[in-house]
Ligand binder design. Structure first.
Ligand SMILES: C[S@@+](CC[C@H](N)C(=O)[O-])C[C@H]1O[C@@H](n2cnc3c(N)ncnc32)[C@H](O)[C@@H]1O
Length: 271
């Protein structure tokens, strides 16, 4: 049904409607990113356990997990720059005796079977060979061990052309953007899906409500890049341009409901 101009200016926008203003102007009490630690705490990891941070970047989370739970950690990532930074961060934290860092992809990890009590996998699975990576995670876990997955999926609000542009720019495997594919693959390699918790735009709302202006910076970047596309592409190359633009729209797409970050808890059956 099309809105008439009388409705638009007379009814909807013509008068202040306190009830409606309150309906969308009130915080929905969004959860923050720290919720991942609460989920992980439920895995009951202790000082004798070793956890895996799969796709660790600079090991910031591996260090935090060891500090919080007193466990040991193995941190893996395939990017040499990340490994260099991870070694530095672990050394600076004085945790070189508790955290081992390996340059490796999740598809083939230099880790003994059944040696890992729990896995932390935050924002990584968009990039990987999913069947091989989840099978490896299943292999290295102890029976009864759990895997926390934080992963962003596409929703039906994502248009095909914008999806293709985003995934190409961000080195993502298109099939991995589907929750159905993810769940099917997890079950296929032997995991039980214990929990599925769509975060949607909660973390982003929380950051804004707490006064973080990054989303506005991202919008400004998108606008500037859009208006200078030709020049920027000529100077820095198409791939670089697309990656920077896609990085800036990532959070905006979450706010628009085109991307839905989701937390899963997977369990390896046994014990
Ligand atoms: C968006 S970052 C997330 C990093 C970190 N887990 C975090 O939450 O901040 C994605 C990470 O996945 C890593 N990555 C890419 N392909 C991978 C693979 N096949 N196996 C493991 N990690 C991978 C990247 O190097 C990068 O560190």
């Amino acid at each position: 049904m099309t809105t008439t101009v009388e409705e638009l200016y007379g009814d909807f926008w013509g008068r202040v409607d306190p009830e409606f203003q309150e309906a969308f102007g009130t915080s929905l009490k969004p959860r923050g990113a720290d919720m991942l630690y609460d989920v992980f705490a439920g895995f009951g990891v202790g000082t004798d356990d070793t956890v895996l941070d799969a796709g660790c970047r600079d090991a910031i989370y591996a260090v935090e997990l060891v500090r919080r739970f007193g466990c040991r950690a193995v941190a893996i990532d395939p990017v040499p720059l990340h490994i260099e930074r991870a070694h530095r961060r672990v050394a600076e934290a004085g945790l070189a005796d508790r955290i081992t860092v390996h340059q490796a992809g999740m598809e083939d990890m230099p880790i003994e079977s059944g040696s890992i009590a729990a896995i932390w996998c935050r924002d990584v699975l968009n990039h990987v060979n999913l069947p091989a990576s989840l099978a490896e995670c299943h292999r290295v876990l102890v029976p009864g061990g759990r895997m926390l997955v934080y992963q962003t999926f596409a929703t039906d609000k994502m248009e095909l052309r914008e999806a293709a542009r985003l995934y190409t720019a961000l080195a993502m495997v298109p099939e991995n953007m589907s929750p159905t594919t993810f769940e099917g693959t997890a079950r296929q390699v032997g995991f039980v899906i214990e929990q599925r918790d769509p975060i949607d735009s909660e973390w982003r709302e929380r950051w804004i409500e707490d006064g973080d202006h990054q989303m506005l910076e991202d919008l400004l970047q998108v606008a500037r890049m859009r208006r200078r596309e030709e020049d920027l592409v000529q100077r820095f190359g198409r791939e670089r341009y697309e990656a920077e633009l896609a990085g800036a729209v990532w959070g905006i797409y979450q706010m628009l409901g085109k991307l839905c970050p989701t937390v899963y808890v997977l369990r390896k059956p046994g014990e």
